[in-house]
Write a protein that binds this ligand. Structure first.
Ligand code: UN1
Length: 493
């Protein structure tokens, strides 16, 4: 990996280590500045050609890519399991997300609609049209090493853009495998130029180059708030656009009328799924005081029996954390919570036979009387802070009191509570669910959040607009030149 403050040199390599046991899975060459410049030059040229290909034809490329991913689903999922440590079901779910967004992009390729707008001037025609934007830089995190790139790439390609991908330095093989499938489809597609979609492997450096490069009108970045702040300020300084999907600190409210069975299943999936390493992971639970003791007892029982271990084993639900640093961050958060009066169960390291190089932890439950500093932060590990509430408004305030604003959830059978939660006075997050946990969003909705989550929206709905530029066009087919706002400007003659 590129050392901070120094450029990668030719021949430098990046090793991928499996979080399952710490063993090396392989290595890839790190992109040098020369590699970077070559990729961007090619992406600029590719854009010039690709933007003129009719959008439904661009959709056809995504259809073929989606078919290739379908064919290779099992193998791609296996790679995610090896490189990220996800259990099979979740790894397959992630590949399915790639397939789903490809299907979405195919449909979208015939629906990049503009508007016709009423002109105030006679015999004038005003419209709004969407054009391809340019080469797009995509920076992704380790935890969704395929899906998040696919959300961006599928839309960008259908919108007529070329794409340059800087994957996490922890998941170079997953990125190479998925991008390789797309490259093969590009090579077999007559209208698709070489260099349409490329990958730059490395540490922070290629990401910094992308952010600073005026040839790239849009940078989409997923990861920590710290990283997003750096990217956003660099991109803004050159008047580029950024599309950010940063930290979450997602809460669920369990109301008096909630179904305990549904709530418990949702809590456990959202809090311990992907070993607590989703940006949508449930981190804070507000339980009505009348339900708190019983719910906690049930949760503690389930947590105590969770199968933690090698994610390739059939009944394992919790795989490893990504690395030692993630385990240390979890321990530091638990120590801070304990010092602040939190009552902790779980959180200890779990030894997995034959995998001493892996960092496995029992998911932790931390009971709190009130929010504390560390519960307001996002620790990328399975820690669930449990708080009580008496008045519904108090729980909604709790949901909203953190600096992040990605996902939120309410379990209730009370219509007034549900409507309040979804109203302007309710959740301030980009995602608000009723009787569904915080994680596991479908690709059809726009995905992203407010506040320090960065404000970006990716994947479904009209998120495609971020990858295009809007042009307002007015055509005068009269034989006069009336000015807007009735302005008279008589030049005589
Ligand atoms: C992420 O963690 O960056 O909603 C994305 C979910 C997944 C995507 C998570 N569909 O949990």
């Amino acid at each position: 990996m590129g050392r901070p403050g120094s450029s990668a040199v030719a021949g430098e390599r990046l090793t991928s280590r499996s979080p399952i046991d710490g063993y090396s899975l392989g290595e890839v060459p790190v992109a040098t500045r020369a590699d970077y410049d070559r990729s961007v030059d090619r992406a600029v040229q590719a854009f010039a050609a690709w933007r003129t290909v009719p959008a439904p034809r661009r959709g056809e490329l995504l259809r073929r890519f989606g078919m290739a991913v379908r064919r290779d689903k099992a193998r791609l999922a296996e790679l995610i399991t090896l490189e990220v440590g996800k259990i099979r079901a979740e790894a397959e779910g992630e590949v399915q997300e790639v397939i789903d967004v490809c299907d979405f992009a195919v449909g979208l390729s015939r629906q990049l609609h503009g508007l016709t707008i009423a002109s105030e001037r006679p015999q004038h025609h005003m419209l709004e049209r969407w054009h391809p934007l340019g080469p797009v830089g995509v920076i992704t995190a380790f935890n969704f090493p395929m899906a998040v790139w696919a959300w961006n790439a599928a839309l960008a390609l259908v919108c007529g853009d070329s794409v340059i991908w800087k994957p996490s330095e922890k998941t170079p093989l997953t990125a190479a495998a998925l991008a390789g499938l797309l490259e093969a489809e590009v090579a077999n597609f007559p209208e698709a130029p070489a260099g349409l979609a490329t990958v730059l492997q490395g540490g922070r450096e290629p990401g910094q180059w992308l952010a600073a490069d005026p040839r790239l009108p849009l940078i989409s970045a997923t990861g920590s708030t710290r990283m997003g702040r750096e990217v956003a300020t660099t991109v803004a300084a050159r008047f580029g656009r950024s599309l950010l999907e940063l930290g979450g600190n997602n809460a669920m409210i369990v109301a008096p009328s909630a179904s305990e069975d549904l709530a418990v299943r949702a809590i456990v999936f959202a809090a311990v799924g992907t070993a607590g390493q989703r940006c949508t992971t449930l981190r804070r639970l507000y339980v009505h005081e009348s339900r708190r003791a019983a719910l906690l007892q049930r949760l503690s029982g389930i947590y105590a029996g969770l199968r933690i271990g090698d994610p390739r084993e059939a009944d394992v639900l919790v795989g490893p954390l990504i690395n030692a640093a993630a385990f240390e961050a979890m321990q530091a958060a638990l120590a801070a919570a304990r010092a602040a009066g939190g009552r902790i169960s779980g959180g200890e390291r779990v030894e997995v036979p034959g995998a001493s190089g892996g960092w496995y932890a029992r998911p932790a439950i931390v009971e709190l009387d009130a929010p504390i500093e560390v519960s307001r932060q996002e620790t990328f590990a399975p820690i669930l802070y449990v708080l009580g509430y008496r008045e519904f408004a108090e729980a909604v305030r709790g949901n909203n009191e953190v600096s992040q604003g990605l996902s939120s959830s309410l379990f209730t059978r009370d219509l007034a509570e549900a409507e309040h939660f979804l109203s302007v006075e309710g959740s301030d997050c980009g995602i608000a669910n009723v009787n569904i946990g915080t994680s596991g969003a479908e690709i059809g909705g726009a995905f992203g959040g407010e506040k320090e989550t960065g404000g970006g929206r990716e994947s479904g709905s009209d998120a495609w607009r971020a990858y295009m530029r809007r042009q307002t066009q007015t055509i005068n087919y009269s034989s006069a030149l009336p000015l807007a706002q009735g302005v008279s400007f008589d030049i005589g003659g």
